[in-house]
Design a protein around this ligand. Structure first.
Ligand code: GDP
Ligand code: MG
Length: 388
C-alpha cells in the first residue's frame, strides 16, 4: 500500500533582492551554512548558487537559484538571481511567488538604483513583507551604517512598507560564511526576523481553492485526472469544484502528491486530482479547477508589461496598438489584442501600461503574472493591474 504524504512545517517562498554586488548570493550561502550547522538543511556554497542553471518560467528564461532550508518553525524555498534583468522578469511574471523578501543593502554603499527598483517591483507585484539585511556591516563604520538604515527606512516608507516597523538587521554574509561567531549570530537574528515578521500567506489556508491544469491523464476504470500545482487554498477528497474553461462542475474523488495519496492538498503542493464524471477530452491544459463560484473568468484587463530588450531575445522593433501576440497566463495560451492608449508605441526595453482583450475568457486577478510570446519566443513579461 502507498504511504500517505506527511506535512511537517508550513512552507513559504522568499528571496533575496537588491543592487548587484551588495551581497545577495553571499548572504544566501551564509544562511544555508548557519542552518546546516544546526542540522536544518544542506550548505549550498556561493559557486553553486551563482552558477544556477537557466530555468524556463512561464515561457521566459530566468537565471534563478532555489535553495531550501528550515528554521525551527518553517520550511523555506529561497530564490536568488544573478542579474538585474532576472529580477525584473521574475518579479513581473511572479515566477517565484514570493511571500516575503530579504532586501540586501550594502552598509558601505547605501541605496543604489536597483535597490529602489526592486522595492518598487516588489510593491507592484504584491510582495507585502520585506526584511532588510544591512550587509557588509563588518566593514562599515557605525555612523555611516546608521545613515544607511535611515535612508532605507525612508525608501520603504515611500513605497508603502511602513519603514519604521520593518526589521533592519545588520549582518555580514561574508564573515558568517567564514564561521565568525558574532556574524553567525547576525544571520540567526535575520532568520528570526523573517520567521516573525513575514506572516503565513492567507492563501495557504483560507483562500478559495485554485489549480491551473498542467496535464490531463485518463486512468482506465477510474476516470480523468488533472495535474498541477495548487496556486492557493485547500482541496479535500469529496469537495465540489468548477472546471473553468470546460464549463463543468465536478467532485474530487482522489488526491495524490508524488504518487502518495493525501486527504487534503494545499497551496504550493504538486498534485493529481481525480475528477468524477469528467469525460476524456473535456478538460485541457490551460483550464482552471477552482472552488465553486470563487472566480469568474473575463477577457479584458490592464497590465504593466516589460517589453524584453532585443539582447534578451526580445523584439527588434517597437509594438503599437493593434499588436496581437499570444498571452501565457498560468498554464493557458490565449491570443490577445493590445491597446497602448496614449503611449502609442513601446520599444524593446520599455516598461509600459496597456489594455488587453483576450480571445477567450480566463480567470484573471490583479497581481497575476503572464508572458507574451510571438513566433515561439518570449517578447514580454507582465502583471495584471486591473480586471475590466
Ligand atoms: P550579489 O551580486 O548581490 O549577489 O553580491 P555577492 O554576494 O556576489 O557579493 C559581492 C561582493 O561583496 C563579493 O566580493 C563578496 O565577497 C562581497 N561581500 C558580500 N557580503 C559581504 C559582507 O558581508 N562583507 C564584506 N566585507 N563583503 C561582502
Ligand atoms: Mg549574486
Amino acid at each position: 500500500p502507498k504511504t500517505a504524504y506527511v506535512r511537517t512545517k508550513p512552507h513559504l517562498n522568499i528571496g533575496t533582492m537588491g543592487h548587484v554586488d551588495h551581497g545577495k548570493t553571499t548572504l544566501t550561502a551564509a544562511i544555508t551554512k548557519v542552518l546546516a550547522e544546526r542540522g536544518a538543511g544542506t550548505f549550498v556554497p556561493f559557486d553553486r548558487i551563482d552558477r544556477a542553471p537557466e530555468e524556463v518560467a512561464r515561457g521566459i528564461t530566468i537565471n534563478i537559484a532555489h535553495v531550501e532550508y528550515e528554521t525551527d518553525t518553517r520550511h523555506y524555498a529561497h530564490v536568488d538571481m544573478p542579474g538585474h534583468a532576472d529580477y525584473v522578469k521574475n518579479m513581473v511574471t511572479g515566477a517565484a511567488q514570493l511571500d516575503g523578501a530579504i532586501l540586501v543593502v550594502s552598509a558601505l554603499d547605501g541605496i543604489m538604483p536597483q535597490t529602489a527598483e526592486h522595492v518598487l517591483l516588489a510593491r507592484q507585484v504584491g510582495v507585502d513583507h520585506i526584511v532588510v539585511a544591512l550587509n557588509k556591516a563588518d566593514a562599515g563604520d557605525e555612523e555611516l551604517t546608521d545613515l544607511v538604515e535611515l535612508e532605507v527606512r525612508d525608501l520603504l516608507t515611500a513605497q508603502g512598507y511602513g519603514g519604521d516597523s520593518v526589521p533592519v538587521v545588520r549582518v555580514s554574509g561574508l564573515k558568517a560564511l567564514e564561521g565568525d561567531p558574532r556574524w553567525t549570530a547576525s544571520i540567526e537574528a535575520l532568520l528570526d526576523a523573517v520567521d516573525t515578521y513575514v506572516p503565513m500567506p492567507e492563501r495557504y489556508v483560507d483562500a478559495p481553492f485554485l489549480l491551473p491544469v498542467e496535464n490531463v491523464l485518463t486512468i482506465t476504470g477510474r476516470g480523468t485526472v488533472v495535474t498541477g500545482a495548487v496556486e492557493r487554498g485547500t482541496v479535500r477528497v469529496g469537495d465540489r469544484v468548477d472546471v473553468l474553461g470546460a464549463g463543468l462542475e465536478s467532485v474530487v474523488t482522489g488526491l495524490e502528491t508524488f504518487g502518495k495519496p493525501m486527504d487534503e492538498a494545499q497551496a504550493g503542493d504538486n498534485v493529481a486530482l481525480l475528477l468524477r464524471g469528467v469525460a476524456r477530452g473535456a478538460v485541457r491544459r490551460g483550464h482552471v479547477v477552482a472552488a465553486p463560484g470563487s472566480v469568474s473568468p473575463s477577457r479584458r484587463f490592464t497590465a504593466r508589461v516589460y517589453v524584453l530588450p532585443t539582447r534578451e531575445g526580445g523584439r527588434t522593433t517597437p509594438v503599437s496598438t493593434g499588436y496581437r501576440p499570444q498571452f501565457y497566463i498560468r498554464t493557458a495560451d490565449v491570443v490577445g489584442d493590445v491597446d497602448l492608449g496614449t503611449a502609442a508605441v513601446a520599444r524593446p526595453g520599455d516598461t509600459v501600461d496597456m489594455t488587453v482583450e483576450l480571445g477567450r475568457d480566463v480567470p484573471l486577478e490583479p497581481g497575476l503574472g503572464f508572458a507574451i510570446r510571438e513566433g515561439g519566443r518570449t517578447v514580454g513579461a507582465g502583471t495584471v493591474t486591473e480586471v475590466l
